[in-house]
Design a binder for this molecule. Structure first.
Ligand code: AMP
Length: 893
């Protein structure tokens, strides 16, 4: 009745109606399973728990057995995904002596000796049941029975071991079902130690009203973890609830043990008390629990160091995971120095003191630098008259003092000093300025005019003598050596090209009136009896080139190359022949062919040089096609560039730089050679007459040198680019068989050689830079050396090759810019020239691409069985034509 106060109690209902409906159970499940995470299947880890059974995740029949049959029953419902919900219920509260069993299927314990059982259930409050209070129970029992296999299901009830009596407790979730409050209980029990492979669980009802919503059986483990760079594996907890298992860790990759790493796995699956640790070994550092290699430019010398450190100044690494950094060229670090120390050149000299000063001389002394970085081999003292820097003198001294003489009186001189150790030269000191004394004008103030005039005349004469002496001493624009004491060596420079320690200016032997004088100034005379000739190795312009041995008394025997001047030579031929020695003798560099000496006092006249086992570079590369690594090729190029840098520093322009004029020894060291005196290149078969009459190796020569004979170090750089191309293509002829005229035209129009096959992009870019039309835009040799050094230090930068599709030779394919005459396949090409009959032979012998076909020689054709001369001609002519087209379609800049 409305408004009559408390609502009347609901009418009694049969007990099963009071149980939550399957749909309601589903709701319960969803509420109780946050994020559904517990819906994982067998064996999945829940935090540190591994499920052995989860009734909610079993898709098919659970296989559980109830007896008697009218006791526990499964509610056959499905969830929204049509997955079965395995809920068992029993509610025989009105009947006496209930004993209803529900047996699970066999559960493997998977090696765990202690397992946990989590039950979720609802239990009807007996007070709410009308009339059944006498028989109604509010608990049920849980049992287990251990067995190694599935045979134990039929054992008797009394063989089961009781785990516990389960009652509803406070840990429930209340659900307002409208007219009733349902309580979902969660109870967890553990069992252990288990000794067999598996077990059954059983639930015994003795007259309660229960819905068993889920059963989850699991064990706990300490999950795999990396702690202190040691890996601790998945570890199943111990059988005892208070047990701590000690576990040994193993060091992660690239790490080493400091103190053996150990940890303890608790019964709750937690790792406790880490002891000991691993450390990343030298060259590796810790990142995200792993040891990562130090990057290029970084190093780590000891496992104990925490991090990779940047290489100290003037040092570098060649590879990742470096334990130390290498010093750059000319930089140095003592063995006893820590690897964190910068590589340095000797430290500059700071403390320079003036000693005795006279009108023509100044004495200086200085202190050894504080940190010389090795034994000081000598000092170099550079000085010049103030504001006359282009004309300077260099004195080398082993002592820390010198006297600079031959100076002008009453003049200010600038001095700079540097030290040399095995590591090379240090920096120059700052400039020190000192003034010579004036010419003595003693008592001039109270003397008569005559003595003053006499003194003036004397001074004039002295000055004139000094000036004449000075001019005479520097007459040959270049340097002259004037030995002073054995500890000192003195050189004068005019308009010097000195950029490197010890590098002098090249003197053109033409400036000597008597070429014999030049050759004896720059080359040692060797006694013919010291030379034994072994065999002929080549033909030079003036005579044979032989190999042999040189044994100078007191020195060790050397293998040498001997160039001979053929009999019946003219005086000019002799001069030109020896001219090469006069030039070569001025050079001293590891990448310039070294002159041992000359034989001029007996016949035959000979030039003796160091022996280069592998002969000329072009022939050597052709013989060893494809045999070298990119780094080896770049190493060769670096050597050539270094030799050329030396020559350009000396002010020497080579004019005929080409692979045929580079010699290579057994260590693959390349040396620049061929220093013909005339440089009109009479001796070079590649040299051709230009319209202006000069003879020039067109394919190697810069356009400005061809057009108006502007030969400079920049034109040598152009030639160097061609040498790079020759080296990377293993001695291929630049511009193939194009005529010289076509080459000049193509280059003038801005076309450049295409990249050789498999050429690193960085190298091809350097070639293109060397072939800049504007010679000032080309790199200098020192820059080239620097670029190549960087590439060598960082080999991965050479991995990017010129894109195959951008290589013009590949453009013979469908992207060819060549228009007519473009062949998509070897077959198409042979068909087009009516030689289709050979297609199969070409393909079978590996000539399956136009790239491969481009390499075919006449000999190859014969080998392939193309024996008819007419056919050979047709094929070779067509190939020739294609190559010319190819070059005409060269890379436009
Ligand atoms: P050249 O007259 O300098 O062009 O020399 C002619 C040939 O002799 C070269 O192409 C080399 O094959 C060989 N040759 C010249 N000099 C040497 C050397 N120093 N060591 C080995 N072979 C050499």
């Amino acid at each position: 009745m409305p408004g009559s106060g408390r609502p009347s109690p609901p009418p009694p209902r049969p007990p099963w109606v009071l149980l939550p409906s399957p749909a309601l159970l589903l709701l319960l499940l969803l509420v109780l399973l946050p994020g559904g995470t517990l819906r994982s299947g067998l064996d999945s880890a829940v935090g540190s728990e591994v499920n052995l059974l989860d009734s909610r995740s079993v898709m098919g029949d659970l296989g559980w057995i109830a007896y008697p049959k009218n006791g526990w029953e499964e509610i056959g419902e499905v969830d929204e995904n049509y997955a079965p919900i395995h809920t068992y219920q029993v509610c025989r509260v009105m009947e006496q002596s209930q004993n209803n069993w529900l047996l699970t299927s066999w559960i493997s314990n998977r090696g765990a000796s202690r397992i946990f059982i989590e039950l979720k259930f609802t239990l009807r409050d007996c007070n709410s049941l009308p009339g059944g209070l006498g028989t109604c129970k509010e608990t049920f029992n849980m049992y287990y029975f251990e067995t190694d296999d599935e045979d134990g299901r039929n054992v008797k009830e009394n063989q089961y071991i009781k785990i516990d009596t389960i009652a509803a407790d406070e840990s429930f979730t209340e659900l307002d079902l409208g007219d009733r409050v349902m309580k979902l209980n969660t109870e967890v029990r553990d069992v252990g130690p288990l000794t067999k492979k598996g077990f059954y669980l059983a639930f015994q009802d003795v007259g309660a009203c229960i819905a068993l919503v889920s059963v989850r059986v699991y064990y706990k483990k300490c999950p795999e973890v990396i702690r202190n760079l040691a890996i601790f594996p998945d570890t199943i907890t111990g059988a005892d609830s208070s047990q701590l298992l000690e576990v040994l860790g193993s060091c992660v990759n690239h790490s080493v043990t400091d103190e053996p790493p150990r940890m303890h796995c608790s019964a709750e699956g937690e790792w406790l008390v880490p002891i000991g640790k691993c450390m990343c070994k030298a060259g590796y550092e810790e990142k995200n629990n792993t040891c990562q290699a130090c990057q290029l430019g970084f190093f780590k010398d000891l496992p104990q160091s925490q991090r990779c450190t940047k290489c100290p100044p003037h040092s570098y690494t060649r590879e990742e995971a470096s334990t130390t950094c290498l010093c750059e060229e000319h930089y140095f670090r003592k063995d006893s120095d820590p690897p964190t120390m910068a590589c340095t050149t000797p430290s500059p000299i700071t403390n320079v003191k003036k000693g005795k000063v006279a009108k023509n001389s100044i004495s200086l002394s200085w202190q050894e630098p504080d940190r010389p970085n090795g034994i000081i081999l000598e000092y170099e003292i550079k000085y010049f008259e103030k504001d006359q820097e282009t004309s300077y003198t260099i004195i080398k001294s082993k002592e820390t003092k010198i006297t600079a003489d031959g100076l002008k009186p009453a003049s200010v001189y600038v001095f700079q000093i540097r030290a040399r150790t095995a590591a090379g030269y240090g920096g120059f000191s700052r400039r020190f300025e000192f003034e010579t004394s004036p010419v003595s004008v003693a008592a001039s103030s109270d003397q008569t005019q005559i003595p003053i005039i006499a003194v003036s005349v004397t001074v004039g004469v002295i000055l004139l003598a000094v000036v004449i002496g000075f001019l005479l001493s520097g007459r040959r624009c270049g340097y002259s050596k004037a030995k002073q004491d054995p500890e000192e060596e003195k050189m004068h420079f005019h308009n010097g090209h000195i950029k490197l320690p010890g590098v002098r200016t090249y003197i053109d032997p033409h400036t000597y009136e008597d070429p014999n004088q030049a050759v004896h100034e720059f080359a040692k005379e060797i006694e013919a009896s010291c030379i034994s000739i072994e065999r002929v190795i080549g033909a030079g312009e003036f005579g044979e080139v032989c190999s042999g041995r040189l044994k100078i008394p007191g020195k060790r025997e050397l293998p040498v190359a001997i160039k001979t001047l053929k009999v019946g030579y003219t005086e000019k031929q002799r001069r030109d022949f020896l001219g090469e020695a006069s030039i070569m003798g001025q050079f001293d560099h590891p990448n310039i062919i070294h002159l041992e000496g000359v034989v001029t006092k007996s016949k035959p006249v000979m030039i003796v040089t160091e022996y280069m086992e592998n002969g000329s570079l072009d022939t050597f590369l052709k013989k060893n096609d494809g045999q070298f690594t990119v780094i080896q090729l770049v190493g060769m190029l670096r050597g050539i560039a270094s030799g050329m840098k030396y020559l350009s520093d000396m002010g020497y322009v080579h004019r005929d730089l080409a692979a045929r004029n580079i010699l290579i020894n057994s260590n693959l060291v390349c040396k620049v050679s061929d220093f013909g005196l005339s440089r009109i290149l009479e001796d070079d078969p590649e040299a051709a007459y230009t319209t202006r009459g000069g003879k020039i190796p067109i394919r190697w020569t810069a356009p400005e040198a061809i057009a108006f004979r502007k030969f400079t170090s920049a034109s040598d750089v152009w030639s160097y680019g061609i040498v790079m191309w020759e080296v990377v293509s293993y001695g291929e002829r630049p511009y193939w068989e194009m005529t010289n005229q076509d080459v000049i035209k193509a280059v003038e129009e801005g076309y450049r050689l295409p990249s050789p096959m498999d050429c690193p992009a960085a190298l091809y870019q350097l070639m293109l830079d060397c072939w800049q039309k504007d010679r000032n835009s080309r790199p200098k040799f020192d820059e080239i050396v620097c670029i190549l050094d960087k590439l060598i230090r960082n080999p991965s930068s050479l991995k990017t090759l010129v894109n195959a599709s951008s290589r013009v030779s590949n453009l013979l394919g469908e992207h060819s810019p060549l228009g007519n005459g473009v062949y998509r396949s070897v077959g198409e090409w042979l068909e087009a020239i009516k030689m289709g009959r050979y297609t199969e032979i070409f393909m079978e012998n590996g000539y399956s691409s136009m790239d491969a076909v481009a390499q075919v020689t006449l000999e190859d054709l014969r080998r392939l069985g193309v024996t008819l001369v007419g056919h050979q001609k047709k094929i070779m002519n067509s190939l020739q034509e294609m190559k010319v087209q190819l070059v005409n379609g060269m890379v436009p800049l």
